[in-house]
Design a binder for this molecule. Structure first.
Ligand code: PMP
Length: 461
C-alpha cells in the first residue's frame, strides 16, 4: 500500500476503533480487558485468510468461530447467494414455502441417518436445541406420557446461551450465574479420552455409561431426552469421546424410551471428517441439531432434524393445539438456505475425493509434531479439523494466575505472526476452515509455536 493510502487507512481504523470502543459490546468478551487490547477490524476475506482495515493478512485459525468450511469469498457460494438475491432475499416460512427451503429440507433428510425425515429451520445453534427440547417435551405430552419431562445432559456439555440450552448444558463457567433461572436437569460424567493423530491414548467410557444407566433406571418413565454433543465437546475445550460411546448411549436411550438429541452444531457438516459425526456408528437419533458449518460460515441458519414418529404426534385439528408453535422471523431464510445447499454440495466433493481426509491427516501429524514435546503443552487433543493445547508452566512451577491471561497473550502475539485464534482460558483451540491447504497448516503450526514461545519467554524473563 502506498503511504497516502496507508495514512487514510490508519485514520479510518482509528475512527472505527473509537466507534467500536464507544458503542459496541462484544459477546464472550470482558470489555474492560478488550479496551486495553489492540483492536482488529476484519474487512475482507479470501480462502482461509482475512485482512484487516490496515491491509494486514491473517490465517483464520478458528474458522470465524468454527463456521467456515470452503474459505471466505468463495466464488461458487457467492454465486449461489447472488442468484438467490436476484429472486427474493426473504420470504416467511411460517405457513408458506420457497424452493430453497424445500430443497434444503429434502437434501438434509436424504443425507442424514435414515431415522430423520423432517427438518425444522431456525437461525442459530441454541435455537436448534430449544426446538429439539420443546419437540421432545410436547411429543411425550401428546402421546399420553406427560411425566416424561426430565432431560439428561453430559458433564461439560454446552448447547448454547438461551435458557433451555443453558439448562441442559453443564457449563458453569459460562452459565453458573443464571442457575436460579434454569430448569433442573440430570448430568452424567463425560467419557473423556485423549487422542492425537487418530491414536486413542486413554479413555473412560464404562464409568460414564454406568452413570447414565443409573440416572435412566433411577428415573424410569420420567426422562424425556438425553442430549449429547457426539464425538467432541468443542466449547468445553475439545474434549473427545471414544468410538463406540455414542452407540451405547443410543442403546440406553432405547432401553429406557428416552429421546436421543444429538447436538452436532459444532461437529456436524464435515468438522470431524464425515458429513455428520454420528455417521458410521449406525445411530438413529430422534433429533439432530445443525448450525455453524451448515451455511459454511456465510449466514445464520440452523436445522433440527427429527423423525416421522415425532412429526406424526403433532398432527391434529387446530383446536387440539397439537401443532408446534415455535418459529423465528427469519426461519428458513432463502439466502441462507441457498448457501447451505451449495455448501453441502461442495462438502460432498471434499468428502468423496478424499481431500478432507488428507487434510485431516496432515493437520493431525503436524499438530502432534509441533506440540507433543512442547514443555508448555500440558495436554493436547485433536480429532478431525479441531485441536486444543492446554498451556501450563513447565514442570515444578506454580500455575499461572487466571488474570495473567496467558492464552489471550498467545492469541494476541499470534496476530503479529499472521494468525487469528481464540483462547479458552489458557487453552488454545484450533479450528481452521475445512479447505485449509497443507502449506497453510504448516504456516499455522509454525507460527503458533513461535507465538507460544515468544509469550513464554516474556513470562519467564
Ligand atoms: N452447541 C454447540 C456444540 C456449540 O458449539 C454451540 C456454539 N458454540 C452451540 C450449541 C450454540 O450455537 P449458537 O452460538 O449458534 O447459538
Amino acid at each position: 500500500m502506498n503511504s497516502e493510502l496507508q495514512a487514510s487507512a490508519s485514520e479510518r481504523t482509528e475512527q472505527l476503533d473509537q466507534w467500536d470502543r464507544e458503542h459496541s459490546w462484544h459477546p464472550f468478551t470482558q470489555m474492560a480487558e478488550y479496551a486495553t487490547l489492540p483492536q482488529l477490524h476484519v474487512e475482507r476475506g479470501e480462502g482461509c485468510w482475512l485482512w484487516d482495515t490496515e491491509g494486514n493478512r491473517y490465517l483464520d485459525g478458528n474458522a470465524s468461530i468454527w463456521t467456515n468450511a470452503h474459505g471466505h469469498n468463495d466464488p461458487e457460494i457467492n454465486n449461489a447467494l447472488i442468484d438467490q438475491i436476484g429472486k427474493v432475499a426473504h420470504s416467511t416460512y411460517l405457513g408458506l414455502s420457497h424452493p430453497a427451503g424445500a430443497e434444503l429440507g429434502k437434501r438434509l433428510c436424504d443425507l442424514a441417518p435414515d431415522s430423520l425425515g423432517r427438518a425444522i429451520f431456525s437461525d442459530n445453534g441454541s435455537n436448534a436445541i430449544e426446538i429439539a427440547l420443546k419437540l421432545s417435551f410436547q411429543f411425550w405430552q401428546q402421546i399420553g406420557q406427560p411425566d416424561k419431562r426430565l432431560v439428561v445432559g453430559m458433564e461439560n456439555g454446552y448447547h448454547g446461551d438461551t435458557f433451555g440450552a443453558m439448562s441442559v448444558g453443564n457449563s458453569v463457567g459460562f452459565h453458573g450465574r443464571f442457575e436460579p433461572w434454569l430448569f433442573d436437569t440430570l448430568t452424567f460424567a463425560a467419557p473423556e479420552c485423549v487422542e492425537v493423530a487418530g491414536d486413542v491414548q486413554q479413555s473412560e467410557m464404562e464409568s460414564s455409561l454406568s452413570e447414565l444407566e443409573a440416572l435412566l433406571s433411577g428415573n424410569a418413565g420420567k426422562v424425556a431426552a438425553v442430549v449429547v454433543e457426539p464425538s467432541i465437546q468443542g466449547p468445553a475445550g475439545m474434549k473427545l469421546q471414544p468410538s463406540g460411546f455414542l452407540k451405547r448411549v443410543e442403546s440406553l436411550c432405547r432401553q429406557f424410551e428416552a429421546h436421543l438429541i444429538l447436538d452436532e452444531v459444532f461437529v456436524g457438516c464435515g468438522r470431524v471428517g464425515s458429513l455428520f459425526a454420528c455417521e458410521g456408528e449406525e445411530i438413529s437419533p430422534d433429533f439432530l441439531c445443525l448450525a455453524k458449518g451448515l451455511t459454511a460460515g456465510y449466514l445464520p441458519m440452523a436445522a433440527t432434524l427429527t423423525t416421522e414418529d415425532v412429526y406424526a404426534a403433532f398432527l391434529g385439528t387446530v383446536e387440539s393445539g397439537s401443532g408446534f408453535y415455535h418459529g423465528h422471523t427469519f426461519t428458513g431464510n432463502p439466502l441462507a438456505a441457498r448457501v447451505a445447499i451449495k455448501s453441502l454440495e461442495k462438502l460432498e466433493t471434499l468428502l468423496d475425493t478424499g481431500r478432507l481426509d488428507a487434510t485431516i491427516r496432515h493437520f493431525g501429524e503436524r499438530f502432534e509434531e509441533s506440540f507433543r514435546d512442547h514443555p508448555n503443552a500440558r495436554s493436547i487433543r485433536q480429532r478431525g479439523l479441531a485441536a486444543a493445547i492446554d498451556l501450563a508452566p513447565t514442570e515444578g512451577n506454580p500455575p499461572w494466575p487466571l488474570n495473567d491471561r496467558v492464552g489471550m497473550q498467545v492469541c494476541i502475539e499470534a496476530r503479529n505472526q499472521g494468525l487469528l485464534l481464540r483462547p479458552l482460558l489458557d487453552s488454545i483451540l484450533i479450528v481452521p476452515p475445512l479447505v485449509i491447504s497443507g502449506e497453510e497448516i504448516d504456516f499455522l503450526f509454525e507460527n503458533l509455536v513461535i507465538s507460544i514461545d515468544s509469550v513464554m519467554n516474556k513470562i519467564c524473563s
